[in-house]
Ligand binder design. Structure first.
Ligand code: MOS
Length: 736
């Protein structure tokens, strides 16, 4: 990937000029406006709900509650969770399972009338005792018998306890919310019994399946359009109750319905990274060989769904260690179900693991990088497989150089810049590199355009740009002549955009479809007057034209080929999926984040002075969008490390800081200097381009890098995220 490795984001112009149409922006004839009214208790039953005033308010078309809902057919079918996508059947009965759970849908002819009518709804409840505090509910923990839930042991169980040097600590991360700029939104409409949704989804096919399950209709009857997304970070991986509510409403009034969540509802109704308590036990020899590692996690879920993620998984393979134990439990709380959030599982797990590694390195009086190098895993000991490729050491080297690691002193608090204490820290990240079956259709048209079609979404990482670059690279057709059609049902089936798998999955399918297009073109050329009687093996395809390798000067462009054959278009469609060979390898991306912090010991203020994020993601398809992903992921890690926490008032089970004034995220002023480095070496196994995943490793390892840097600056070890200034000033946190 060379000529095209730096093309501009192909949807950039549309996005900055406003011509990109997001779901709620579709002009829809006769659209009505809807909103959800949420419960004001966290658990119990609705005793009475007064909707009369709202129904009589001007412009109101309907008010729907559990009392008058036409229940979707799927509600009565045996519960098939995988089919429902979201097992909270909205308005099914009078049960309240979490604070702000939708209890009524109000639809009116204008936005203002809808808002006013919603304010008139009053409910009475039969309250029950709720639990939203994970620390108080740990006795309700349960072990789920799945790959993620099962205990894992290699060597001696809890073998770390027998080591010469041992550390044992507990780490917590709070609930964090996705809150992309674009609010969750939908325009729902029905054509007879066939729904169509303009909605914020990371997976067109997944949304179709969920909606089909809820309404008991064939998947083919559901159309979904989610062409542009203003960020999602994982919240678009589920079909949420608001989407079903809008569909129920649109069906009832036989009109299209638009529903956009309020910002406050983004904190309560569309998932979040789960609050998680982790215990680490690490043991090593005096010269720094890791001999035992135990990683235990207890995470929240909801009362109605078991949500799990790979929180402890990284600990099983990232270091060379003979005795490894992991345990993972979940605790049902009275909240909405959590959902994957960028670097799901590993971002949480890496905070505990990489903090603990730093703590053990400190106890051994060893440089943290040196400690990691001594425990470098030459192969994946969990799966007992070789790595497909691993350039983690290159990431360490590049980061040390760029951050100025040589200026770091092992003894905390020993480097100063004026009144600021200086600290250096690092954290390792990783994420599985997956490839999901994907079909892409490549169409070459008479006007010289190459159209690439796939139903996959692009929530912002640059999927359309990647597809363009790969298509251009293979066919030689210039990027400006390539048109991407994506994010809609009816197109060839793409995967859900998630798990850092999109480039590997969709890129491979673009690769395969374009190559099929070329071989079809060559076949056509040898069947007719162009290269009649020339064996295909004597033909070459380059820069959009066919020529003979035998020296004849004749060159036939794809356009002339179509003209000569009186064709309107040449089409190639192919499903692409992972190879059997790839299953013999362990395929992971790796990253290392380096951070230099400045801490004011009198004020507790932490400044992120310099961030260097280095990654082995295989081949880099596009330097700009990849760097963008890495910058964004690292900034997400700064939020996780220093700012983000959804605070719950447990007396009422409701969030306190459900707005952007109180829920802090980093802004430009919070980052002084940020760099990205990619090893950019092709993975020989992963897929035809040699790419691995990027989106998640961009965040995994960042929060512990900050915690480790803060420790190096101050000698204060903060094990409860976020690292706010009170924790720096609080004397009792200084126990190390
Ligand atoms: Mo990502 S958490 O797979 O959107």
């Amino acid at each position: 990937m060379s000529k095209t490795s730096n093309i501009n984001r192909v949807d950039g112009f549309a996005k900055v000029t406003g011509s990109a149409t997001y779901s709620a922006e579709y002009k829809t004839q006769g659209v009505a406006y809807a909103c959800l009214v949420g419960s004001t208790i966290a658990k119990g039953r609705i005793k009475a709900i007064d909707t009369k005033k709202a129904e009589w308010a001007p412009g109101v078309l309907t008010v729907i509650t559990h009392l008058n809902v036409d229940k979707p057919a799927g509600y009565d079918k045996p519960k098939d969770k995988s089919n429902l996508g979201q097992p909270l059947p909205i308005f099914k009965d009078n049960t309240v399972l979490y604070y702000d759970q939708p209890i009524a849908l109000v639809i009116a002819d204008t936005f203002e009338r809808m808002q006013y009518a919603a304010s008139l709804i009053k409910a009475e409840y039969l309250k029950e005792e709720h639990t939203t505090d994970l620390h108080k509910a740990k006795d309700k923990e349960k072990k789920i018998d799945t790959d993620k839930g099962n205990d894992y042991h290699r060597g001696v169980e809890d073998g770390y306890k027998n080591a010469d040097v041992v550390i044992e600590h507990e780490y917590t991360i709070p609930t964090e919310v996705h809150n992309p700029m674009e609010l969750a939104n939908i325009i729902a409409k029905w054509d007879g019994n066939k729904p169509s949704l303009f909605t914020k989804s990371q997976g067109v096919e997944g949304t179709r399946k969920s909606v089909a399950g809820v309404f008991g209709i064939p998947i083919e009857d559901v159309s979904v359009n989610s062409e542009y997304l203003g960020g999602a970070f994982g919240m678009g991986l589920h079909t949420w109750p608001y989407e079903i509510a809008a569909l129920i409403g649109a069906k009832k009034i036989n009109r299209p319905v638009k529903l956009v969540l309020h910002r406050e509802q983004m904190f309560t109704n569309v998932g979040f990274r789960p609050y998680t308590i982790q215990k680490m036990g690490l043991g090593a020899t005096k010269d720094g060989k890791l001999t035992g590692l135990t990683h235990e996690a207890v995470a929240m879920t909801s009362s109605y769904e078991d949500f799990m993620e790979g929180t402890v998984n990284m600990s099983r393979f990232i270091y060379d260690c003979a005795n490894v134990s992991t345990r993972y439990r979940i605790v049902p709380l009275d909240t909405c179900t959590p959902i994957w959030m960028r670097g799901p599982g590993e971002a949480t797990g890496s905070f505990a693991l990489e903090s603990a590694m730093d703590e053990l390195a400190h106890k051994l009086d060893m440089d943290p990088i040196e400690f990691r190098k001594r425990n470098y895993a030459e192969k994946d000991l969990e799966q007992n497989k070789p790595w497909s490729s691993k350039f983690l050491l290159e990431c360490y080297e590049a980061g040390m150089e760029r951050i100025g690691w040589k200026n770091r002193k092992n003894k905390p608090g020993s480097v100063r810049e004026g009144e600021w204490l200086v600290g250096y820290g690092m954290g390792t990240g990783t994420f599985g590199s997956y490839r999901n079956p994907t079909t892409v259709k490549a169409k070459f048209l008479l006007d010289g355009t190459l159209v690439l079609q796939c139903s996959v979404n692009d929530m912002g990482p640059g999927t359309a740009t990647m597809m363009t670059a790969i298509g251009a690279e293979i066919t030689g057709i210039p990027p400006e002549n390539i048109v991407i059609e994506m994010g809609k049902s009816g197109l060839p089936k793409g995967p859900t955009q998630g798990g850092s798998a999109t480039t590997s999955s969709v890129g491979s399918a673009v690769h395969d479809a374009c190559n099929l297009l070329i071989s079809k073109a060559l076949g056509l050329a040898t069947e007719n007057q162009n290269f009649k009687n020339t064996p295909i093996s004597d033909l070459a395809f380059a820069n959009g034209s066919i020529s003979s390798v035998k020296g004849a000067a004749k060159k036939v462009s794809l356009v002339s080929l179509l003209n000569d054959n009186k064709l309107e278009e040449l089409v190639a469609e192919k499903e692409s999926k992972g190879s059997e060979e790839a299953k013999k390898y362990s395929i992971y991306s790796f990253s290392v984040h380096f951070v230099k912090v400045l801490v004011n010991p009198n004020l507790g203020k932490i400044r992120i002075a310099h961030v260097v994020s280095c990654a082995d993601i295989g081949t880099v398809i596009n330097e700009k969008t990849s760097a963008g992903q890495m910058f964004g992921g690292a900034v997400g890690g700064i939020g996780m490390g220093l700012m983000e926490a959804l605070e719950i008032d447990h007396r009422f089970g409701r969030p306190i800081n459900n707005n952007f004034a109180d829920y802090h995220v980093p802004v430009n002023a919070d980052i002084e200097k940020q760099e990205v480095f990619f090893v950019n070496k092709k993975d020989p196994i992963s897929n035809p381009m040699g790419t691995k995943g990027l989106g998640e490793t961009a965040l995994v390892g960042m929060a512990p890098a900050i915690a480790n840097a803060v420790f190096n600056a101050t000698g204060k070890r903060v094990r409860d995220l976020p690292i706010t200034l009170d924790k720096i000033l609080e004397p009792s946190t200084a126990k190390v």
